[in-house]
Design a protein around this ligand. Structure first.
Ligand code: TYD
Length: 155
């Protein structure tokens, strides 16, 4: 597997960097207000799928890793609702690290992209919007099988 290439995402990005596997940083609307900022996301408007599920990861102990799999069909949008973390994405040939650290942008991850989430800051909350209900059968948990399927052009 190729060495990891970091994609550092700052607080502004006019030109989002190209990310492996068709992943994409998507900036959401931000309604700035002295009472506190507000952002929102609508399926098929800001992100390219209908939202069928939301889940979140929190109380992550130091050094923990989440994910380490791909999905056959699920598309997802990952937001750092609080704090920061790194999303490592891999298309079977190349691997990149995307840092998410603001709640007004997120990372779109298509199906058949291996992804792992790591380097969580304390009190981080990872919000994940998905295109499908939970199904264990949609998980691809073996990296070699994933890489072979990618090579064979399943995506
Ligand atoms: P998993 O997706 O493997 O966690 P991660 O990829 O973040 O390491 O899910 C962990 C457990 O939670 C697994 O037993 C399935 C369960 N789960 C659900 O029941 N529904 C869901 O929507 C999700 C995401 C997980």
């Amino acid at each position: 597997m190729a060495a990891t290439k970091p994609v550092m995402v700052g607080t502004t990005h006019v030109d989002p960097p190209k990310i492996v596997g068709g992943c994409q940083i998507i900036t959401l609307p931000k309604i700035a207000d002295v009472r506190g900022n507000l952002s929102f996301v609508e399926g098929e408007r800001h992100i390219p799928f209908v939202i069928r599920r939301a889940y979140w990861i929190y109380d992550v102990p130091g050094g923990a890793l989440r994910g380490g799999h791909a999905y056959y069909k699920l598309e997802e949008f990952i937001i750092a609702a609080s704090g920061s973390f790194d999303v490592v994405v891999d298309d079977g040939r190349e691997r990149q690290v995307v840092q998410l650290n603001r709640s007004y942008f997120g990372l779109y991850v298509p199906s058949m992209v291996w992804r792992q989430i790591e380097n969580f800051s304390s009190n981080s909350v990872t919000l994940i919007l998905g295109s499908l209900p939970y199904s264990e059968g949609d998980y691809l948990r073996d990296y070699q099988t994933f890489a072979r399927l990618r090579r064979e052009g399943c995506k």
